[in-house]
Write a protein that binds this ligand. Structure first.
Ligand code: AMP
Length: 226
């Protein structure tokens, strides 16, 4: 059952690829009834659908670089205009540049919403390439797995929904992950100071056990909503 968050809250999950943003956003979505909004998922859907934005984004995504602010902001604005976002969202993978952060501030001001917390998932860079290179998800329900760290209880069958179809992201390979980590440090890590300056930054040690990290995040969300 989901708990009610009293104020429309926008939560931002910051962290490099492999930090667990998607996994933790899914948990917060279930627990608090917030909507997970991943610009990576929206861009992958645009690429798969062959839209103009998807065609323009594909090369940067394949290389592990960032898609232009213009394209990402257009996709984000469209998604934020949908009514299900009015009770609060968890932004996973957005903002990734200071330009995106400033644009988000004005978008939220227009909508009468504010940032409840920007949570930095702190991890060791060295572990991230291995984490990301081995990960895959259930094609049906999105449950996450890893070749070494989390395999299904029954080989080839999703623990959560029983599906036998799994998928891997095209950009989850060692070379692209290194480029994505570089992009994170050059473009996105400065947002930690940006949100610290706004007084909304929280930090979570994201190297440990998934359940403990989820508890730490839930405590932050509860505090931000009270
Ligand atoms: P993710 O699923 O968040 O790891 O994103 C996958 C890829 O999509 C990234 O490596 C970028 O190429 C692109 N992407 C996702 N979100 C953004 C964003 N906010 N700004 C620029 N590029 C993005």
């Amino acid at each position: 059952m989901s708990e009610t968050v009293t104020k429309p809250a926008v939560l931002i999950l910051l962290g490099p690829p492999g930090a667990g943003k998607g996994t933790q956003a899914r948990k917060l979505e279930q627990k608090f009834g917030l909507v997970q909004l991943s610009t990576g998922d929206l861009l992958r859907a645009a690429v798969a659908a062959g839209t103009d934005a998807g065609k323009a984004a594909k090369a940067a995504m394949d290389a592990g670089g960032l898609v232009s602010d213009e394209i990402v902001l257009a996709i984000l604005r469209d998604r934020m205009a949908e009514p299900d976002t009015r009770n609060g969202v968890i932004l996973d993978g957005f903002p990734r540049t200071t330009g995106q952060a400033a644009a988000l501030d004005s978008l939220l001001a227009d909508q009468g919403m504010g940032i409840g917390a920007a949570i930095s998932l702190d991890v060791d860079d060295a572990a991230m390439v291995e984490r990301v290179s081995g990960r895959y998800t259930c094609a049906n329900c999105g449950e996450g797995y890893h070749d070494r760290f989390k395999t299904p209880a029954v080989d080839g069958v999703c623990d959560a929904c029983g599906s036998t179809e799994f998928k891997r992201r095209a950009d989850d390979n060692a070379e692209t992950v290194s480029a994505r980590l570089e992009a994170y440090h050059a473009e996105t890590a400065p947002l930690i100071a940006y949100y610290e300056g706004q007084g909304v930054l929280k930090r979570v040690d994201a190297m440990g056990e998934i359940g403990r990290i989820a508890d730490d995040l839930a405590a932050i969300v509860e505090a931000a909503a009270s």
